[in-house]
Design a protein around this ligand. Structure first.
Ligand code: PTJ
Length: 234
């Protein structure tokens, strides 16, 4: 379908279109996840708020200092932001690994192919390692990827794995529009912002080496919730 560029919700409609066009690679549940994200983005005014900007700078610092950073991608992330992920991987030296909750060999191979079109060889197919304490398929990972990483970026996570990665001693960065989610509350650095909006900013800060070291995730989440509350009450 051709979307009229002057439609007031063009960007939002285009994102939905991307997910629907990749519907053999995006889990159906991913469409529900996207809708929840959209609702929270309305509360943010569909813009990067100041607390999110601090989290992005803290994430930049963690990626700059990391020895083995890995960006974990799922169906939604590849469909929406393959290009943005490739740029972040390039500027940060991070590996990319396809790691799925609704894992099938077809989806893993298809998503790796989509990342390849974007210009990067993603890991994920030869999952020779596992994340302890996880009973979902998402436990399957690669020893030269998530298994051996010191810093992991897990955008659009669904909660179980974030805690498991923290328990493994890894530094976990997440991108999640819902500041109340288990993932948002568990990660070391939570960027409460829309994926395609914050990734370019994150790449810029990494490239320009403009990170910040002093960051308190709980305080940041409180500031985001206050920001949303103020927007609603005004
Ligand atoms: O591809 P798979 O099989 O690994 O499955 C992935 C999904 C997305 C289905 C799975 O991880 C899942 O169910 O996620 P949840 O529990 O719905 O959590 C996703 C979180 O991402 C929610 O808190 C949403 O608010 C948030 N979210 C959705 N879209 C965006 C987003 N955050 C940032 N940017 C978005 N575009």
């Amino acid at each position: 379908m051709t979307l009229p560029k002057n439609h007031p919700r063009y960007k939002s409609l285009m994102a939905r279109e991307k997910l629907v066009n990749a519907s053999d690679m995006v889990a159906k549940q991913g469409l529900i996840a996207h809708g929840r994200g959209e609702a929270f983005d309305y509360l943010l005014g569909e813009q990067t708020c100041l607390p999110a900007l601090s989290a992005i700078k803290a994430a930049a610092s963690a990626l700059i200092e990391a020895k083995n950073p890995v960006i974990s991608v799922n169906g939604n992330v590849v469909a929406l932001a393959a290009r943005e992920v490739v740029r972040l991987a390039e500027v940060s030296g991070a590996k990319v690994e396809v790691n799925l909750f609704h894992r099938t060999p077809e989806r893993v191979a298809g998503l790796i192919k989509m990342m390849k079109k974007g210009g990067i060889d993603a890991l994920g197919e030869n999952a020779d390692d596992s994340i302890p304490g996880l009973s979902s398929e998402r436990a399957k990972c690669c020893s030269d990827g998530i298994g051996g990483a010191d810093v992991v970026l897990v955008p659009l996570e669904d909660g179980d794995r974030c805690q498991a990665l923290v328990d493994m001693g890894k530094k976990v960065i997440t991108i999640d529009l819902n500041p109340l989610s288990r993932t948002a509350q568990t990660a070391h650095i939570t960027i409460v912002d829309e994926l395609t909006r914050c990734l370019p900013l994150l790449s810029d800060f990494v490239e320009e080496k403009k990170g910040i070291d002093s960051f308190d995730n709980k305080e940041c989440l409180r500031d985001v919730l206050n920001y949303m509350a103020e927007r609603i009450s005004s």
